[in-house]
Design a protein around this ligand. Sequence first.
Ligand code: SAM
Length: 281
Amino acid sequence: MKKLSDIGTIKEILGRHGFTFSKSLGQNFLINPSVCPRMAELSGAAQGVGVIEIGPGIGVLTNELCALADKVVAVELDRRLLPVLEETLAEYDNIKVINADVLELDLQKLIEEEFAGMEVVVCANLPYYITSPVIMKLLEDKLPISAVTVMVQKEAARRICAPVGSRESGAVTVSVNYYAKPELLFDVSAGSFMPAPKVDSAVMRLNILDEPPVKTDEKKFFAVVKAAFSQRRKVISNSLSSGLGIGKAEALTILEAAGVPANARAETLSLQAFADIANNI
Ligand code: SAM
């Protein structure tokens, strides 16, 4: 198989299949040959491991994953890419391509059917327009997976991997840290893609935790996180009161019982503080 990250090869294959890029599907294909081998290696793909890839495109990362893992299931929404993938992945018999929207797919069922008894990881160069929903689906569905290694916009990766309680943190930082230990792996420049997007990217790995790091009622916990960050410049008593639709006095009582200063800001709070607030509602 010719090198799939080679721009001439990509143009030749796509031209032969009459393929044109869809901006709305976030189609920016990798043309930097050093990225996919590194990403596949760091994802945990190995003998005895099954991999779910989201959005294989023309299969540049898929090839690397197939070479390392026991089995790869790649979920691609754009049916025009199916004949392309059939050609580019022809040398592997451990790949299954599913034509579906990953957000609609029952991943629990997919794992049971395709990866019985195997350790499973996710590895993907995610389409930017669905970065957060895909990550939260993978985490909230409590899938039997050990790690999620994804390329996302650099800003998004920085925010997700920021320490909880730091200025750069946000609702997504706290939410992800409830399920996983995020780790920033490496940056990827905009010029590594065809067509080149406007912003740089980064690869991060979310190492899934066996248990959440705090004991709490999940529904209340996530409602508190959402309310707290919905107006991040406001002090916590005000954002809780408006975000949860409760009176100011009630918000102050909850915060006092939780031992959280009423004038604290969401971005300074620890995971435990959010749990303490939720546990006192
Ligand atoms: N993995 C390839 C690469 O690195 O060159 C392509 C990555 S490209 C950023 C994102 C891919 O996700 C595209 O192939 C696109 O068609 C696919 N895609 C977009 N939305 C999707 C969805 N909802 N479900 C599954 N695949 C999707």
